[in-house]
Design a protein around this ligand. Structure first.
Ligand code: 3H9
Length: 692
């Protein structure tokens, strides 16, 4: 059955309705259906005007991204849109919800756009490493001006109905009977006979707008040097301004088709699907229902506990923060208020929203206050004894069926679960700091965690705006376990001859916002030092700095020095002398490393650990590892995450290099993981393994 149907009203309006759940993406069948119904409506003498509408909550979420990179089945979207634009009968878009990407381009080719108050209109292609490829770079500037259009396309952020009405993108905002309003609008256009002169026709260039566009374009290109699509976007808009619609469209289309093939876009599309795939847990189907969560409690009012409580409050879930002492509780509650006040001062939050959020937060001393919570998140000190005590108490206090979650970053969730009589209700919820800002949430599935506890956690994650990835129990789970490998590699390369600023420069050049040593200095070197004392792992440079009381930024000295409270470190001759001395003591002849070598030495062991994590089933898919590292550790998204990146490098090249590193250092843990070897030897890729 065609995903586009046509109903003709008594007044002679053909309503073409797109029904292609879940988001009405413009796949081949929809494009074909639209063109066919359009042609029939145009030929039908009983039809005076046409409305394009859609079923469901979303109008159209854009082109079908899964078709990208495959041969295009005709008709192409640009061809369908040209047919709409040139229609001998007016066509009006009835935008029932979100119109994104190709969905907005479809609406732009129509002769008017009618929206309800909740509609959102945007061209998010930039986030997928491409540009609008069906006229968006031409029709939007003609409708609302080049500078505002460029701003929308370069940010990828949608605008609201009100904004769309104000800038001319929407013709009417109606809060009831969208179809009737769109039909009436279409009939009015037919009667006036002026629809072909709608805003998308050739217009004259406004010099001030043109100048503002050029400034914005130069700025956007400068800010995103790794994104070839930003330059292409500016070029397409400019060509349209200088040479007219036809040439503008041709330039846009050529750039779009090129960008789709570019590794940047492939990486970003990989992440788009990976993020959505991560929410699926193999073996747990739709029949497993979430437990109701109407009330939450957080144990611990520290930075982490406070941030977690803010997540609940912002989602409208009443939350009680619990502390042992009144002073700690008061300090925690004050910190939450101060955080919100800062946002209000910055203008990113309204006073009303702040008051609403705070209305959902209460504080209490004593764990009894958790008795009526449906979920309790423990965010106390990272110590097994402390956790065991808390979970023992919660076991006595929490109501039956309540989910008992731990925010541990490293500890054994199974051991924590076993301190209770209800291990099936225990799960790890590893938030990242700051918890109210960072999107990633590792959901740690214990050996006995019940399926409905996992489903509830996933459901809750979405409600509080997090990006969940389900992981298994091991030291550090997915993210921190791989981070440990990078930290070890970074230490190793210092002893071998590189200096902190060289390593950090290579890593930022690779695309991270910060290098590992600047990061360690920011977080505080004492954290790792303390945990190494427990695990027995050695980091000679880090340990040496801590022994001198150099804990990073907070002490003004670390891998770098921070004179007068500076936030950006400068090279520290003492630290560099310490590194050189440590190399000498080990009989290491220091040598220099190129950026490429630094990246290989840091990142290949991470990929290797990722392969081990996959093999052990700690992550269900390699793409889950990518999602964790891109969203929790700032791995550059335009490379798709460590595992996707590794496939681009070549798995056999990585295996060979790891063998060399292992031989050079005598560190057997650097030997390639069996899975990595098998894949490198030709039995497939990480992506194939995921698909299987
Ligand atoms: C484009 O339009 C290019 C044109 O300029 C040129 C063409 C020539 N395609 O996100 P959700 C799937 S580029 C294919 O979980 P939500 C998604 O994978 C496109 N599939 O729902 C998921 O599948 P599954 C520009 C798509 O309610 C399911 O739909 N547009 C597409 O949280 C539900 O998605 C965009 O970049 C798609 N375009 O959010 C918008 N979109 O259930 C991309 C979604 O199997 N989409 N799916 O995992 C979105 O931002 C969100 O999906 C949306 C709904 C906000 C619409």
């Amino acid at each position: 059955m065609s995903p586009v149907r046509s109903d003709i009203t008594e007044a002679g309006v053909a309503i073409l309705t797109i029904a292609n759940p879940p988001v009405n993406a413009l796949g081949a069948a929809v494009r074909g259906g639209l063109l066919e119904q359009l042609t029939q409506a145009q030929a039908n003498p009983a039809v005076t005007a046409i409305v394009i509408a859609a079923e469901g909550k979303v109008f159209v979420a854009g082109a079908d991204i899964s078709e990208f990179g495959k041969p295009i089945t005709p008709p192409s979207l640009p061809d369908v849109l040209t047919a709409i634009e040139r229609s001998p009968k007016p066509v009006v878009a009835a935008i029932n919800g979100m119109a994104l990407g190709g969905g907005l381009e479809l609406a732009l080719a129509c002769h008017a756009r009618i929206v309800p108050p909740g509609a959102k209109l945007g061209l998010p292609e930039i986030k997928l490493g491409i540009i609008p490829g069906a006229g968006g770079t031409q029709r939007l500037p003609r409708l609302i001006g080049a500078a505002p259009a460029f701003a929308m396309m370069a940010s990828g952020e949608p605008v609201t109905a009100d904004k769309a009405l104000a800038n001319g993108l929407a013709d009417e905002v109606v809060d009831s009977d969208l179809l009737a309003a769109a039909s009436a609008h279409a009939l009015r256009l037919a009667e006036a006979g002026a629809w072909r002169l709608s805003g998308t026709a050739e217009g004259k260039v406004d010099e001030a707008d043109r100048a503002a566009f050029e400034i914005a374009a130069a700025d956007a290109i400068k800010k995103a040097p790794r994104m070839p699509n930003v330059k292409a976007l500016a070029l397409s808009v400019r060509t349209g301004l200088d040479k007219g619609l036809t040439e503008g469209l041709a330039t846009e289309r050529a750039a779009f088709l090129n960008l789709v093939k570019d590794p940047t876009s492939k990486a970003l599309r990989h992440l788009f699907f990976a993020e959505r795939e991560a929410a699926r847990v193999p073996g747990i189907g739709k029949e497993v229902k979430a437990r109701p969560v109407g009330k939450a409690a957080v144990i611990g009012a520290g930075t982490m506990g406070g941030g977690i409580a803010m997540c609940f409050a912002q989602a409208g879930i009443p939350v009680t923060i619990i502390e042992v002492k009144e002073e700690a509780l008061a300090a925690g509650l004050a910190r939450i208020r101060a955080n919100y006040e800062t946002s209000v001062k910055r203008g990113s939050l309204s006073q009303a929203a702040m008051d609403r959020h705070l209305g959902f937060v209460t504080g209490a001393v004593g764990m009894e206050a958790a008795a009526d919570a449906d979920i309790i998140v423990e965010a106390a000190f990272e110590d097994m004894g402390v956790k065991a005590e808390i979970f023992g108490a919660l076991d006595r206090i929490a109501k039956p069926g309540a989910i008992l979650a731990t925010n541990t970053s490293y500890l054994d969730v199974n051991a924590i679960a076993d301190t209770t009589s209800r291990p099936q209700d225990v799960v790890g919820l590893h938030f990242f700091s700051p918890a109210n800002v960072m999107r990633l949430l590792e959901i740690v599935r214990g050996a006995k965690t019940a399926p409905d506890v996992l489903v509830t956690s996933l459901d809750l994650a979405r409600k509080i705006g997090k990006l969940p990835v389900v992981v298994g129990v091991c030291y550090g789970f997915v993210g921190n376990r791989i981070l440990a490998k990078r930290s070890q590699a970074a230490e190793r390369i210092l002893l071998a001859g590189a200096l902190p600023h060289e390593v950090d420069a290579a890593v930022t050049d690779f695309g991270f916002r910060m290098g590992p040593f600047a990061m360690l200095d920011l977080a505080g070197l004492d954290i790792g030092w303390r945990s190494r004392k427990v695990t027995g792992v050695k980091a000679p440079v880090g340990d040496g700095l801590c022994e001198q009381g150099y804990f990073g930024q907070k002490t003004g000295r670390g891998f770098y020095r921070y004179p007068d409270g500076a936030r950006k470190g400068e090279r520290d001759p003492d630290t560099e002398a310490l590194i050189t001395r440590l190399s000498e003591e080990r009989g290491i002849v220091r040598r220099s490393f190129s950026n490429e070598e630094i990246i290989a030495r840091l990142m290949y062991p991470m990929v290797n650990e990722g392969a081990k994590i996959l093999e052990e089933g700690i992550a269900a898919r390699s793409s889950d590892i990518d999602v964790v590292w891109v969203n929790g550790y700032n791995w550059p998204n335009f490379t798709g995450g460590p595992m996707h990146w590794a496939e681009g490098v070549g798995l056999s090249r990585i295996v060979e290099a790891l063998e060399t590193f292992a031989a050079e250092t005598g560190d057997e843990s650097l030997q390639p993981a069996p899975l990595l070897r098998r894949l490198a030897e030709g039995s497939g890729s990480f992506a194939d393994k995921d698909a299987a």
